[in-house]
Design a protein around this ligand. Structure first.
Ligand SMILES: Cc1cc2nc3c(=O)[nH]c(=O)nc-3n(C[C@H](O)[C@H](O)[C@H](O)COP(=O)(O)O)c2cc1C
Length: 187
């Protein structure tokens, strides 16, 4: 199953267009999670206590961990998020808080080294930016999470920048990237 984590708030999202071109190429069975419809809430003190108790009791089948279980069992993951404030929309961080469950997607060895438990072999990060794109706090963050903590060995970035800068033809830039995706230039 390919999990599409859609963190694009705008209905007419250009990032989502790129992601759908990629999903079309990847084919196969897909589950789409549109984060704006997922009812995500921040981890309050009460929810944290509830979560800790469930983890200690190894109750990973609890509904609180449904999104973490979905992420853990996905065979490939596509995360799509526009570039906001050098990073991504806050709802995507809420998603990370909800899926990062010790004992389900990641654990620590007796030596204190993180060991990933996710099934996916690859995570794609798809984004578009109004100006120049710097990956440090968006793709870079997801790359670290995937490879160092979730056990997902391969990550790949698909990004198009300069879409809101006068003098740049945003439609042409997007069309060129979609063509690359369809032709498999993005591996
Ligand atoms: C709240 C907000 C913050 C943004 N921050 C940045 C930014 O830091 N750097 C940048 O280059 N563009 C920024 N942009 C522009 C978006 O990255 C750009 O318009 C992008 O293509 C939007 O993607 P979408 O069409 O998928 O919504 C921002 C846009 C919004 C709405």
């Amino acid at each position: 199953m390919i999990l599409y984590v859609n963190a694009c708030p705008r209905g007419d999202s250009r990032t989502d267009r790129l992601a759908r071109a990629l999903l079309g190429r990847l084919g196969g069975e897909r589950e789409e999670l549109r984060l704006s419809d997922a009812g995500l809430v921040p981890l309050s003190e009460e929810r944290l206590e509830q979560r800790t108790a469930l983890i200690e009791a190894r109750r990973y089948d609890d509904p609180m961990f449904a999104l973490a279980r979905q992420f853990q069992r996905a065979e490939e993951i596509v995360v799509a998020a526009p570039y906001w404030d050098l990073s991504f929309p806050a709802i995507l961080k809420l998603y990370v808080e909800n899926i990062y469950v010790s004992g389900l997607v990641s654990e620590y060895t007796a030596e204190g080294i993180p060991h990933g438990l996710c099934r996916a072999k690859k995570l794609w990060y798809v984004t578009t930016a109004g100006g120049p794109y710097q990956p440090d706090f968006s793709y870079g963050y997801w790359q670290s999470l995937a490879q160092q903590f979730f056990g997902i060995p391969e990550t790949e970035l698909i990004a198009v920048g300069m879409l809101d800068v006068e003098g740049f033809d945003s439609e042409a830039l997007l069309a060129a990237k979609i063509e690359e995706i369809r032709n498999g230039v993005c591996s």
